[in-house]
Design a protein around this ligand. Structure first.
Ligand code: NAP
Length: 474
């Protein structure tokens, strides 16, 4: 079994307490990663603070060049790290490779952004005064990442914070720390100064509390559930620690009768089943205009049945295991609840074969409005499909959720597409496409899906403070 230490203040540190990591495809223990206690986290924050001004005072070009070296190193090791992601997360290898490609692109994007931290000069209103607006790094950042896209979602924080001039402490999810260890190895190989990146693994509540309560930690960037996001908001109320929150979703996907139906089926399959449905932007509810409902369902069920489920390292797999048994149980509960309230299961929705937490991809119809899967985030390969009659009705249904991370629509009517783009309450709207996230555009949620944005120019802005300098007697 592989044994990994933590990367703290430029050194690899082993502790006597370790976290065991499992192959999600077969339940076998594959690695042990050292863990840290609260005193260790405090020390990591202090070491990050010691590195802060040196890092903040580097030129953007210097920081960007180090990030470019990091991108090259991650790209060089991408086959190995993609395999690690498949083992510790379960997703099929081609999807892990896709995650690696996007991760490298994120690092390159922020490497380029590092030299573009623009302030501005504002014209004066009073004789003899001048006004400068400066941008300065926010300070030490705590980055807390989830397990579903363990590398790429860590990098949306780590690369942006480093580019902006902030030291960053990464806490990966306990289910998927190996790719974070590999990222730390790449950061070491790229030659970043000691203390500007550190990796901590341990009890989440202790790490979160220290990040919230230690005044040296100026910002927490969190991706995960809305429940934990709200706990961080409560904690931050005491210290005003800045928060960026990327939380849960309940994305609607709308298919209009004027859409290219085959493209809509293809898009719905990706939007629903990519990452085994464990995606914050997964389409939770699929609404189809009544005149094409039966035709869509027939094609969608056929495409769903054709998906291959199995061990992520085996060739040709589309669907891997869920992250754990709890995920499996909650999926089966969603299906049973919908059935009890009148739904028909057209395929799947059962426990799959194998030692991992496999569930067969499901399509549900005849859903009652109070079925739990209509209001809660499913986070599994279960697709509720619902008919609608008018655009006005479906926009109301789509927006009838406390979440607002993503929404999708398939239509060939340009005017309708523009109306939907304006009316759907979500941080990301995909029109005739189902994988809209890209390095150079902002990503984040409306309503209870979060605060702030990652990626794009906004993604670096999240790590910068704005300062007004007023100069008198000019
Ligand atoms: P989670 O349980 O909230 O965990 C996310 C991270 O928070 C993990 O690193 C976890 O550590 C840590 N954590 C748990 N309790 C904490 C605490 N008290 N203080 C500080 N950190 C704490 O979420 P998940 O189950 O990993 O991820 C699924 C959720 O994330 C879904 O709701 C999904 O929609 C959302 N998500 C959102 C986005 C987005 O961009 N908006 C992207 C991906 C996922 P441990 O693993 O050690 O418990």
């Amino acid at each position: 079994m592989d044994k990994y230490g933590l990367y703290l203040n430029g050194e690899w540190v082993n502790s006597d307490r370790a976290l065991t990591v499992y192959d999600k495809g077969n339940g076998e223990a594959i690695a042990e990663v050292s863990t840290i206690d609260r005193a260790g986290i405090r020390k990591a924050i202090e070491d990050a603070e010691a590195a802060r001004s040196g890092w903040a005072n580097q030129t953007g070009i210097t920081r960007g060049n180090l990030l470019l070296k990091l991108a090259d190193e991650v790209a060089r090791r991408s086959d190995e790290i993609a395999r690690d992601i498949t083992l510790e997360n379960g997703k099929p290898l081609p999807q892990s490779k896709g995650e690696l490609g996007m991760s490298v692109d994120h690092i390159r994007w922020f490497a380029e952004e590092a030299r573009r931290s623009y302030g501005r000069v504002v014209s004066h209103q009073t004789e003899g005064k001048r006004h400068l607006i400066l941008k300065s790094p926010v300070g030490v950042v705590g980055a807390i990442a989830p397990w579903n896209f363990p590398l790429v979602l860590s990098l949306r924080k780590v690369a942006a914070a480093l580019a902006a001039g902030c030291p960053v402490i990464l806490k990966p999810a306990s289910a998927t720390p190996i790719c974070a260890v590999k990222l730390a190895e790449c950061i070491e190989a790229a030659g970043f100064p000691r203390g500007v990146f550190q990796l901590v693994v341990g009890k989440a509540s202790e790490i979160g509390s220290e990040m919230l309560e230690n005044p040296l930690c100026r910002k927490i960037s969190f991706t995960g559930s809305t429940e934990i996001g709200k706990r961080l908001i409560e904690g931050a109320a005491k210290t005003c620690t800045r928060l960026s929150l990327e939380l849960g979703g309940n994305a609607p996907l709308l298919i209009f009768a004027d859409a290219d139906l085959d493209k809509a089926v293809e898009g719905a399959i990706i939007a629903k089943f990519r990452n085994t449905g464990q995606s914050c932007v997964a389409s939770n509810r699929i609404y189809v205009e009544r005149s094409v409902f039966d035709a869509f369902v027939e094609k969608f069920v056929a495409a769903t049945k054709a998906l291959k489920i199995g061990y992520g390292l085996e060739e040709g797999m589309d669907i891997g295991p869920l992250i754990d048994e709890a995920g499996c149980e909650s999926t089966l509960r969603f299906v049973e609840d919908a059935k009890a309230k009148g739904a028909r299961v057209l395929c799947g929705g059962t426990r799959g074969d194998g030692d991992g937490a496999f569930v067969t991809p499901a399509v549900l119809v005849d859903l009652s409005e109070d079925a739990l899967c209509m209001s809660e985030e499913i986070f599994a390969p279960v697709a509720p499909v619902i008919p609608f009659d008018t655009e006005e009705e479906v926009v109301r249904l789509a927006n009838d959720t406390e979440y607002g991370l993503a929404a999708y629509a398939f239509t060939s009517d340009l005017n309708r597409a523009l109306r939907l783009a304006e009316q759907l309450e979500a941080g990301t709207v995909g029109i005739n496409e189902s994988v809209p996230a890209t390095s150079n555009c902002p990503f984040g949620g409306f309503k209870q899906s979060g605060w702030g944005r990652e990626l794009g120019t906004e993604g670096m802005e999240a790590y910068l403070e704005t300062k007004h300098v007023s100069i008198g007697g000019v």
